[in-house]
Design a protein around this ligand. Structure first.
Ligand code: CO8
Length: 261
């Protein structure tokens, strides 16, 4: 499928890259881009050899500088609510995609951009990354999940402070607070992302999928039910050939050859 506002490409065996590609508008998420993002998620769900997805923004200045503010000007309250709802659905589909999704953040990561990055499984930041939820400056609040995901990631006090003041935080602060996992120099961001993705590839594909499912779905449950979910998913792993291969390879002191079955 061809897209106008995003690029979806295979970088290496098993590793796919989705780039938000509107650098002249700092990759702001207009409706067309969000529709393409939803279509790309459909495509990735059908792509058997996709094992890890990297998400980034084109150009050197921004990951994504937010939802497209120009489009918001004429929105009615109902349209705004529907748009928010629809996009929250798209971001949830990214979050629950069956493969790990890594955000590579290379500059402004604001508003809807920060919300997109937080819908990924983890964030690697370049030293030029700046995170923030500046919506209050526009007289609105985050509408793509920011009021919910940010406090879950960095705690309610820091999140509320960021959201009600519009305070922006740099890469190292984001790492210190648990929003990003690591920071690197900008030129090395893609290589860091690829290295992180490659470190997933040698593992049992079904185990990776099950682990992500337990983590993502478990977040919404109380501890008792979340641990029950883990036991269920753990049990499912025992129905796979990968489990037989992984355990045999350990016993035989060799590298496992997982087949994803
Ligand atoms: N939307 C549309 N266009 C944008 C956006 C945006 N979010 N951000 C930047 N641009 C455009 C600028 O208008 C400019 O275009 P042009 O060259 O045609 O004038 C171009 O990108 C370059 O931007 P600047 O000239 O402003 O670049 P600077 O380096 O001077 O500043 C900033 C960079 C600080 C990032 C600045 O562009 C800025 O403040 N951008 C807006 C950031 C922001 O407020 N983001 C939050 C948006 S609201 C949001 O995301 C809510 C999500 C939920 C929505 C629910 C919908 C119903």
């Amino acid at each position: 499928m061809s897209y106008e506002n995003i690029l979806l490409e295979q970088k290496e065996d098993g590793i796919w890259l989705l780039t938000i590609n509107r650098p002249r508008a700092l990759n702001a998420l207009n409706i067309a881009t969000l529709e393409e993002l939803a279509a790309a998620i459909d495509e990735l769900e059908q792509t058997a050899d996709a094992r890890v997805l990297l998400v980034t923004g084109a150009g050197e200045k921004a990951f994504v500088a937010g939802a497209d503010i120009t489009e918001m000007q004429a929105m009615s309250p109902l349209e705004a609510r529907d748009h928010s709802n629809r996009t929250i659905g798209t971001f949830r589909r990214l979050e629950t995609l069956s493969i790990p999704v890594i955000a590579l953040v290379n500059g402004f990561c604001l508003g809807g951009g920060c919300e997109l990055a937080m819908s990924c499984d983890w964030i690697i930041a370049s030293d030029r990354a700046v995170f923030g939820q500046p919506e209050v400056n526009l007289g609105i609040i985050p509408g793509f999940g920011g009021t919910q995901r940010l406090p879950r990631l960095i705690g309610p006090a820091r999140a509320t402070e960021m959201i009600v003041t519009g305070r922006q935080v740099k890469a190292q602060q984001a790492v210190d607070w648990g929003l990003a996992t690591e920071v690197c120099i900008a030129d090395e961001l893609m290589e860091k992302g690829l290295a992180s993705a490659r470190s997933v590839l040698g593992r049992g594909p079904l185990a990776v999928r099950m682990a992500k499912e337990a983590v993502v779905r478990g977040q919404d449950l109380d501890l008792e039910n979340a641990c029950l979910l883990e036991s269920e998913v753990f049990g499912v792993c025992f129905s796979t050939q990968d489990r037989v291969e992984g355990v045999s390879a350990f016993m035989e002191k060799r590298k496992p050859a997982f087949k994803g079955t």
